[in-house]
Ligand binder design. Structure first.
Ligand SMILES: NC(=O)c1ccc[n+]([C@@H]2O[C@H](COP(=O)([O-])OP(=O)(O)OC[C@H]3O[C@@H](n4cnc5c(N)ncnc54)[C@H](O)[C@@H]3O)[C@@H](O)[C@H]2O)c1
Length: 376
């Protein structure tokens, strides 16, 4: 079968392409080679003899050309990160999804399945329990709370204010609060509603934090693995935000590529959204200490009470629905670090850019100081 991978020159896209090729698919890529991700042009890991269209997923002519002779689509290209140009998230991520359906319907294309990249960001601040009020999906913490270094979530029920206990996130409730998260929720709705209306099977993949080789150095605002690794190999301490107790789940990019292909090949997940998470929740201090151990450096991280406005407190997904399709995590956190480090050392430019990025985030009031900083 011939399939199209949008964003196939990117991190997740390129590993998905490699896996598809190894399984005998014929693969075609459409990628803009966005300069923020690929400042030096087409990456060397893009296999030279596959059909490659340099184009924008929002360009109808380019997409018609890309889609006309395929039977499956992996729609992974997206606008991402912490930027404040909100309209671009909606424009690229939601518009392009609607465009794909528009083209299929208009040109009567025989597309058998579409796999779409969604994100854990559709859950906003995630799921918690209150000892008095049960399951809660609270809104994000405000600046006043964060300025007090009061990091944990409080129960949103009137007058309660109890501290909440983090719960594992299943697929049931979405509550995004960023333009990126809203763009992904919209993409999912388009995929489910237009997909079922026109009998085009779809599945949206809600990736947790994906890590591993080929993660671009240049998406510099996010990506704790990249940022901390570059700090450490340049003999500088990683800077942990808040108190380091925030929980996240991390998934190896090889597991994500396998999840994409599993979902593509399995019709029982059609018209749904699936979590693609890590093995378990890990707090940032344990995460950093494991990374330090793998790098072999003797460096202590800094916890100085800085916070990034808009970060979630605890988000850990469970992937039970995906596991029912036969998928499971094959790679641990140590595997992620080892594979990433090996790749980093093969790269020509492993400069630490943290200070530069820190200044930009401070200027944009994304990175802020809590009262804890003032006390130190
Ligand atoms: N990496 C993660 O942790 C993570 C987590 C959740 C969701 N996702 C989603 O997974 C997908 C892949 O992410 P990634 O980490 O591989 O990112 P990436 O930046 O490495 O890859 C994205 C690719 O899309 C291309 N692209 C961007 N805008 C485009 C456009 N308008 N037209 C065509 N191509 C365009 C870029 O050039 C890049 O090659 C995205 O949809 C992203 O939102 C990623």
């Amino acid at each position: 079968m011939k399939v199209l991978v949008t964003g196939g020159a990117g991190f997740i896209g390129s590993h998905t392409v490699d896996l598809l090729l190894s399984k005998g698919y014929e693969v075609k890529v459409l990628d803009l080679l966005q300069s923020r991700v690929h400042p030096y042009g087409k990456p060397k890991y893009v296999i030279p003899d596959i059909e490659f269209i340099q184009g924008d997923v929002c360009d109808k002519e380019a997409m018609i050309k890309a889609m006309s002779d395929v039977e499956g689509i992996f729609h992974l290209a997206a606008y991402q990160d912490y930027m404040k140009d909100f309209s671009n998230f909606i424009k690229t991520n939601a518009y392009s999804t609607a465009l794909i359906f528009e083209i299929i319907v208009e040109k009567k294309l025989n597309i058998k399945k579409i796999v779409l990249a969604s994100s854990q960001s559709v859950y906003g601040d995630g799921k918690y329990t209150c000892k008095d009020h049960g399951i809660q999906y609270p809104d994000s913490r405000n600046i006043e709370q964060l300025d007090r270094a009061d990091w944990e979530m409080h129960c949103p029920k009137d007058g309660c204010k109890e501290y909440l206990v983090p719960a594992l996130i299943d697929e049931a409730v979405t509550n995004p609060f960023t333009a990126y998260g809203i763009s992904k929720e919209t993409l999912e709705k388009l995929a489910i509603k237009l997909g079922s209306r026109y009998s085009i099977p779809t599945v949206s993949m809600r990736y947790s934090i994906v890590q591993g080789p080929r993660n671009s150095f240049f998406n510099a605002y996010s990506g704790v693995c990249r940022i901390f690794t570059l700090r450490l190999i340049n003999d500088k301490p990683p800077v942990i935000y808040e108190d380091g107790k925030q929980l996240r789940d991390y998934v190896h990019v090889y597991d994500v590529a396998a999840a994409n292909v599993t979902a593509f090949e399995n019709s029982s997940c059609d018209y749904s959204a699936l979590n693609v998470g890590g093995i378990k929740g890990t707090n940032l201090i344990d995460y950093t200490n494991t990374l330090i151990k793998v790098t072999g450096k003797n460096i202590e991280p800094i916890i100085a009470g800085y916070y990034r406005y808009g970060d979630t407190r605890h988000t850990v997904s469970v992937s039970e629905k995906l596991k029912k399709l036969g998928w499971k995590n094959q790679y641990t956190l140590e595997d992620i670090f080892k594979d990433y480090l090996k790749w980093v050392y093969e790269q020509p430019d492993i400069k630490d850019r943290y200070e530069e990025v820190e200044q930009i985030m401070k200027k944009q009031s994304v990175l802020r100081e809590s009262k804890l900083v003032n006390k130190l």
